[in-house]
Design a binder for this molecule. Structure first.
Ligand SMILES: [Mg+2]
Length: 216
């Protein structure tokens, strides 16, 4: 395999989503209406192209959906949904072997990137995986969420590595695997339920398997 870089999704890829859901249960109960409206807005955002100012559009759509002012919507997104929700992750452990795998990838001279549909900067610190990346991307900063091509193209450009020499690792088949594949990256799908006739180059459920796939 001629890989020069490995890029990772965060949520559900570097740590198990169910542990986060379990920890965020009280948070979700308290903010039920907001989370429901926000998830509808995020779905809607994935269908809009072109987007000129992602944050403005997102807050505008949420303000309509919840019948609150634009400023209130913007504040709720950035304080409750981004900042407070991240704190839930403080005691969520990474998948076994994930950190070692990332460290080995770097030791062997490959580049690393991380990309999330949510803000990444604080999250990496909360999860204890800061300083391990050649490129960190909040897809929102490109104005588009996955599986749009823009975030994946940003990874290719920032790493300075041809698409076919990047392995993209993610847990969402529709967003991560198909999105990365559409720009020509290799893909690894972390899941316990393999997709029939999968387009992913590699499917795994434990980081040991990914390690073997990369370095055998
Ligand atoms: Mg994910």
């Amino acid at each position: 395999m001629n890989l020069k870089a490995v890029a990772f999704d965060i949520d559900g890829t570097l740590y198990p989503n169910w542990k986060m859901y379990l920890r965020s249960f009280p948070f979700a109960l308290k903010n039920y209406r907001l989370i429901k409206a926000f998830s509808r807005v995020r779905k809607q955002l994935r269908t809009i192209d072109p987007i000129h100012d992602f944050q403005k559009l997102q807050a505008g759509l949420l303000s309509e959906a919840m019948d609150i002012s634009y400023d209130e919507a913007y504040t709720r997104i950035h304080t409750i949904l981004y900042r407070d929700w991240e704190k839930v992750l403080a005691r969520v452990p990474l998948y076994p072997g994930a950190l070692e795998c990332i460290e080995d990838i770097r030791k062997r001279g490959l580049k690393t990137a991380v990309a999330s549909d949510f803000p990444v900067e604080r999250k990496l610190g909360i999860l204890g995986i800061e300083g391990l990346w050649d490129y960190e991307l909040s897809t929102e900063d490109t104005n588009y969420l996955k599986p749009h091509k823009k975030p994946f193209e940003a990874i290719i450009q920032s790493l300075g590595v041809p698409a076919e020499e990047i392995l993209y690792v993610g847990n969402s088949y529709a967003y991560d695997v198909l999105g990365a594949r559409a720009v020509g990256m290799k893909t690894a799908h972390i899941t316990t339920k393999s997709v029939p006739n999968t387009m992913a180059d590699f499917t795994f459920s434990h980081y040991k398997q990914l390690h073997t796939y990369l370095f055998r």
